[in-house]
Design a protein around this ligand. Sequence first.
Ligand code: KG4
Ligand code: ZN
Length: 565
Amino acid sequence: MNVGVAHSEVNPNTRVMNSRGMWLTYALGVGLLHIVLLSIPFFSVPVAWTLTNVIHNLGMYVFLHAVKGTPFETPDQGKARLLTHWEQLDYGVQFTSSRKFFTISPIILYFLASFYTKYDTTHFILNTASLLSVLIPKMPQLHGITHTVNMLIFNKTAGVFFKPSRRKIYEVLGSFHFYPGKRFLHKLVLGIETSCDDTAAAVVDEAGNVLGEAIHSQTEVHLKTGGIIPPVAQQLHRENIQRIVQEALSASAVSPRELSAIATTIKPGLALSLGVGLSFSLQLVDQFKKPFIPIHHMEAHALTIRLTNKVEFPFLVLLISGGHCLLALVRGVSDFLLLGKSLDIAPGDMLDKVARRLSLIKHPECSTMSGGKAIEHLAKQGNRLHFDFQPPMQRAKNCDFSFSGLQHVIDKMIMQKEKEEGIEQGHILSSAADIAAAVQHTVACHIAKRTHRAILFCKQRGLLGQSNTVLVVSGGVASNLHIRKALEIVTNATQCTLLCPPPRLCTDNGVMIAWNGIERLRAGLGILHNTEGIRYEPKLKELNVLSFEYKDDATNCLMSFERFC
Ligand code: KG4
Ligand code: ZN
């Protein structure tokens, strides 16, 4: 093909296209467009990058593939012979020295856009499609296909088409041993937890990947003082929060600017401790202009299982720790029905008190363990049948719990044993392991029986759905294997699945707060753009309470556990 070469004049296009000033101006123009897009408040960074890339490629496409090389038209060949710029480039007629620029610039912009959009699936497809439409010049039809694909993507995002869960896509990618990491997902939440005695923070993405986490536990200090002293806890939170949040962010390699939101526990908990986390978070929110998501500590515990397992609503949750004891039906991200709670203290609190009364901190094997863990450890060496404690509330026709009565009975028993053995309070009884075994077993029976009632009640009322009923057990006490065994007997007898988050997610942590933030972002629930008037709420309220009586006796399946475990 020889179009244009017969022409005696230098093609004016060639002059323009080969001038550096023109491309510099163009590059500055695209840069300016990008800055304008970035400054539009509704556009996130990924959207600004994708738009810049797509607009640039669209411009290039129109210029190279649609606009013909006028006025470079040979008189003998006429309009029908006009070639597009890219065709002229192909035939070596003109623009040949710009060829590299035309090829390289969209590729560079493509990589930049992909990087800044963290390879989010939607942006990724948009950017790839627009790149291909420019770079495959022999296929202008591709441009039409690009538009169709883009429209499909927009429709999908708008919820018109079925949206496959990101978790599924992630699982498929994972099966190829290809770890796409955080860059594939663009909802990133920083979670901050300070409701009790742990200063914790974590960054979690939309698929439940924990990108970075850090925790400072105050257990050692509180073990020495024999319990949590709120001003001490507050001071320790203050000393550590900055470092912990920084560590979580650094580990995740996410800058605060990249976060989609900051989520923080604001209830329930110790007022002084909650205050530290809240004021620190509000400073961050203000500094980086991020949405704030206030988190209910119990709801965060309850939903943690959805980070590790595929659990659909509704499901039952049992939270048992040092500060909590409740049974609830989880019907949605913020739709909870309280079925039962402790009327006095939580089981972990009781186990801690018994462990203190038994002076287990002086026991060489248990000196660094929490009370509950020390009891579990010693119980393995003891014989529970040497003591006979009765599980409380045997006749109560509801799903509430009680532990303080049992604790008094145990206290009395310990006093009596001290007299018998002739030792003073503060020394370790020779029967400590037997007492630990009996206490652990009685607590396990009580918890399992109340839970059994709740399952039967929910089944009878059709509250749990017909298939695959799930009981989730979480909280520090849930790591106790004997208690789990009792619960397993109950779930097996009622055709339920027992699920527990891994131990590090059972206790207080930042991951569960960040994950709750992700759940709320996805559901569009409780995301604040204005934090004025936000307060922490130490007292537990707001869970809907279901008052009921379940009359049937529901303890038969536990008989074997009571007798033989
Ligand atoms: O969830 P967590 O770390 O903090 C809150 O209380 O929110 O739970 C701590 C509680 C403590 O009371 C501790 O004694 C108890 O969980 N705990 C255990 C075990 N490990 C920790 N209780 C029974 N068995 C265990 N293995
Ligand atoms: Zn907790």
